[in-house]
Design a protein around this ligand. Structure first.
Ligand code: HEC
Length: 113
C-alpha cells in the first residue's frame, strides 16, 4: 500500500468514527436531553443546542453534563435546574460530538468564551 492510500484510509476511518459518534449522540439527545433542550430553535427549558454549539467548546459541554450543580454559576446561571444524568463516559463523548456537529461552519467564526 502506498503512503497516500494509507493516509486516505486513516481519514476515512476517522470520519466514519465521528459520524458514528454523532449518530449515537443524537440517540442520547433524544433519550436524555430533548425533554428540556430543543435542537431547532423551537424554544425550550434549557438552552437550545444550536446556541450551545455556537457558544461552548466540546470540553465545556462535557464538564457541564458531569457536574451542572457546581458549574451553573460559572456558566452564567443564577440557579441550577438541570439534573446530573446517569450517562456513561462514551455517551457523554457522543452527545458532545452531536452538539458540536450542529454548527459545523459558523462556529469557527464566532469567538468562544
Ligand atoms: C430536566 C431538564 C434538563 C435535562 C433533562 C437536561 N438539561 Fe441541560 N440544562 C437544563 C437547564 C434548566 C439548564 C440551565 C442551567 C441549569 O439549570 O443548570 C441547562 C444547561 C445545560 C448546559 C449549559 C448551556 C450553556 O451553554 O449555558 C448544557 C451544556 C446542557 N444543559 C447539556 C445537557 C445535555 C447534554 C443533556 C442531556 C444529556 C441535558 N442538558 C439534559 C435543563 C435540562
Amino acid at each position: 500500500m502506498t503512503n497516500i492510500t494509507k493516509l486516505l484510509l486513516l481519514l476515512l476511518f476517522l470520519m466514519t468514527n465521528l459520524q458514528a459518534s454523532v449518530a449515537n449522540g443524537k440517540n442520547v439527545y433524544l433519550t436524555h436531553c430533548a425533554s428540556c433542550h430543543s435542537n431547532n430553535m423551537s424554544g425550550s427549558f434549557g438552552k437550545d443546542f444550536n446556541l450551545v454549539s455556537y457558544e461552548r467548546t466540546k470540553e465545556e459541554v462535557k464538564q457541564y453534563i458531569v457536574q451542572p450543580g457546581s458549574l451553573y454559576k460559572s456558566f452564567g446561571y443564577s440557579a441550577n435546574a438541570m439534573p446530573t444524568l446517569p450517562l456513561t463516559g462514551q455517551e457523554i463523548d457522543d452527545i458532545a460530538d452531536y452538539i458540536d456537529s450542529l454548527q459545523p461552519f459558523k462556529k469557527s467564526m464566532i469567538k468562544k468564551r
